[in-house]
Write a protein that binds this ligand. Structure first.
Ligand code: SF4
Ligand code: SF4
Length: 294
């Protein structure tokens, strides 16, 4: 962080899609910088913020900041609320010293599945988190949306990422919490503070216990013929039928209770279309050892 009048500003770029809370993250950060007496400039583009469109926000802070726009390649911290949006902006980062913080949750547009023949590949970015983290100086890829779901509200995934971001900047945690309280609706303060702490814990522990603990008991796991497993968390399935309709192999159906089930394990290819498209994160494709497929 800049601490003299001649130091360059610190540049934080927050990206995602409409409805995820990109602007909330940038406003909390900007307010925190002001609280610490720093000059801060924030700009945002959300013309496509009709739900699902790309949204991004620049936050620059330091002793002196002249422009609200981060020069290309000078982003110190890139925070991505959606996985492919993060990949889209990788070139904006300082590759040697930049920090990449991203939700691995993928918001896959239905148009990515134009080819619905059996075995067809999706048009969504194929890079795995491990491959992307190899490309950046410091990187954190966490399933913030699933952590938020475990806390009862997927819409607070942005606060989980805010918690992760807080570990990368030298502001005391009390300041973050104070500003966060001011920016969220009063009835959501408690759950937002839990989400913020979960993001911090995730980075500081370097593991995923919170994520795994977040999933409720009672998930139904079916072993598919090709060795992988399909896990359906019944408590989260609302029977919307999206996975049933979009499975390229037509191997899902709703059971007598109206919940998704794998009706034809022999046909399941593990393509993850159901996992990506389920709006309630109720489906997960696991490998033969029961670990999430990267
Ligand atoms: S898409 Fe998700 S919520 Fe909808 S039926 Fe399938 S598992 Fe259930
Ligand atoms: S992973 Fe899901 S969408 Fe893909 S074939 Fe299996 S059940 Fe169908």
């Amino acid at each position: 962080m800049a601490d003299t009048e001649t130091s360059p500003p610190t540049n934080v770029l927050i990206v995602g899609v409409g409805g995820q809370g990109v602007i909330m993250v940038s406003k909390v950060l900007a307010a925190l910088c002001q609280l610490h007496g720093l000059q801060v400039k924030q700009s945002e583009v959300h013309g496509m913020a009709k739900r699902g469109g790309s949204v991004f926000s620049h936050v620059r802070f330091g002793a002196q900041v002249w422009s609200p726009i981060i020069p290309h390649g000078e982003t110190d911290i890139l925070v991505a609320l959606e996985w492919s949006e993060g990949l889209r902006w990788l070139d904006a980062m300082r590759r040697d010293s930049g920090t990449f913080i991203a939700d691995t949750q993928q918001i896959v547009p239905p148009i990515a599945f134009r080819d619905r023949r059996p075995g067809a590949r999706s048009g969504y970015a194929p890079q795995s988190p491990a491959a992307v983290l190899e490309m950046v100086g410091t990187g954190f890829a966490l399933d913030a949306t699933r952590v938020a779901a475990g806390l009862g509200n997927t819409r607070i995934a942005n606060t989980v990422l805010l918690g992760a971001l807080s570990t990368a900047l030298p502001f005391p945690v009390e300041g973050w919490i104070s500003v966060l309280r001011d920016f969220v609706p009063p009835h959501t303060v408690a759950v937002n503070l839990k989400a913020f702490q979960a993001g911090r814990d995730w980075v500081e522990s370097g593991s995923r216990p919170a994520e795994e603990a977040a999933r409720p008991a009672g998930a139904r796991v079916a072993v598919a013929a090709r060795g992988h497993r399909l896990e359906i968390t019944e408590a989260w399935c609302k029977g919307c039928d999206i996975c049933v309709k979009m499975c390229p192999e037509r191997c899902l159906r709703l059971d007598e209770r109206g919940l998704a089930e794998l009706a034809n394990p022999a046909a399941c290819t593990g393509c993850r279309v159901c996992e990506w498209l389920c709006p309630d994160f109720a489906v997960r494709v696991l490998d033969g050892l029961g670990q999430p497929v990267a």
